[in-house]
Design a protein around this ligand. Structure first.
Ligand code: R2B
Ligand code: URA
Length: 320
């Protein structure tokens, strides 16, 4: 990809994507350069209709999560934690023109929903990564916050993913492209995971661990549940599978981490996945937590990520 920096103030190039001291978000598509306009259809944004560098150029932290309401709540929480002026209540959904995804910007933090499952995450990420590229963002950290089913860990535990694995416990994401299967690595940034873990240790009563996260294409049979509309295996087979997952290092199961890890890695984004567990899948399949406990658990990744961002911004004395 040709550089989007004006030739006159282009810093010295040290490799394909890093200009001395700065790491830019990059895209790997030779056709993009030749396009007169890029319409980010599902985000309701575009290079001709919006001044993307002015709107997003200062973004340093991108936080993504499945639910639009949760990502709005996170944006409001960040507004308060960063002590930005105003109540934040009038915060605007930048993607209000579409009901596919929502997006809020709070200082250097972008909060975006990605829906459920790999295809929904993948569409959002293609457009988000192009957005960050068009906006000339640099040194961006991206974190997925979410919910998950734990394996052998107490409900309410926060799992920071070291590696996302597929249903065969392999660190790979297989994407069908034309009629080929393309396999991509799902390694995440180990230093970022450690930094988040260290941050978690400063929060009282905050059970956190680092482990593998298994990403599946389905919530029910795909996660070995016995309570879907279909179930084609025995209780014994389910327990045997989940125990093998545990032995392979898997501590939680969700539905987006492999494509998230693979795409962010290829595009030079430092990425992390932080998910709270809602149940122990070795014990049960149904999520039957009282509403207030469910709400509190869902806030745990938000609290950790907010403290991490404040620490990175040198606002540690304001840690919640
Ligand atoms: C976690 O929770 C959702 C399913 O309930 C899914 O998006 C995921 O990854
Ligand atoms: N999300 C999942 O994908 N699985 C669970 O068990 C809970 C939340």
């Amino acid at each position: 990809m040709a550089s989007i920096l004006p030739a006159s103030n282009k810093p010295m190039r040290s490799d394909q994507n890093t200009y001395v001291g700065k790491s830019f978000v990059h895209v790997k598509n030779p056709y993009l350069d030749a396009m007169d306009e890029d319409i980010l259809y599902h985000l309701d944004l575009g290079t001709k209709t919006h001044n993307l560098p002015a709107m997003f150029g200062d973004v340093k932290f991108v936080c993504v999560g499945g639910s639009p309401n949760r990502m709005k709540a996170f944006a409001l929480f960040m507004h308060q934690e960063l002590r930005l002026p105003g109540s934040g209540e009038d915060i605007e959904d930048i993607c209000a023109g579409t009901d596919r995804y929502c997006m809020y910007k709070v200082g250097p933090v972008l909060s975006i929903s990605h829906g459920m499952g790999i295809p929904s995450m993948s569409i959002m990420l293609h457009e988000l990564i192009k957005l960050l590229h068009h906006a000339q963002c640099c040194d961006v950290t991206i974190i997925r916050m979410g919910t998950s089913g734990g394996i052998g860990v107490a409900p309410g535990s926060v799992v920071i993913t070291d590696t996302a694995v597929d249903s065969f416990f392999k660190p790979r994401f297989e994407q069908v492209i034309l009629d080929n299967i393309v396999t991509r690595s799902t390694e995440l940034d180990k230093e970022l995971a450690e930094e988040l873990f260290n941050c978690s240790r400063e929060i009282p009563n905050f059970p956190t661990l680092i482990g593998h996260t298994m990403c599946t294409y389905d919530f029910y049979e795909g996660q070995g549940r016995l309570d879907g509309a279909l179930c084609s295996f025995s209780r014994e087979k389910k327990v045997d599978y989940l125990k093998r997952a545990y032995i392979a290092g898997v501590r939680n199961i969700e539905m987006e981490s492999t494509v998230f890890a693979a795409m962010c890695r290829l595009c030079g984004l430092k990425a992390a996945v932080v998910c709270v567990t809602l149940l122990d899948r070795l014990e049960c399949d149904q999520i039957n937590l009282p509403h207030d406990i469910l709400v509190e658990y869902q806030q745990r990744p938000q609290l950790l990520i907010s403290n991490f961002i404040k620490q990175r911004l040198g606002l540690c004395d304001q840690t919640s």
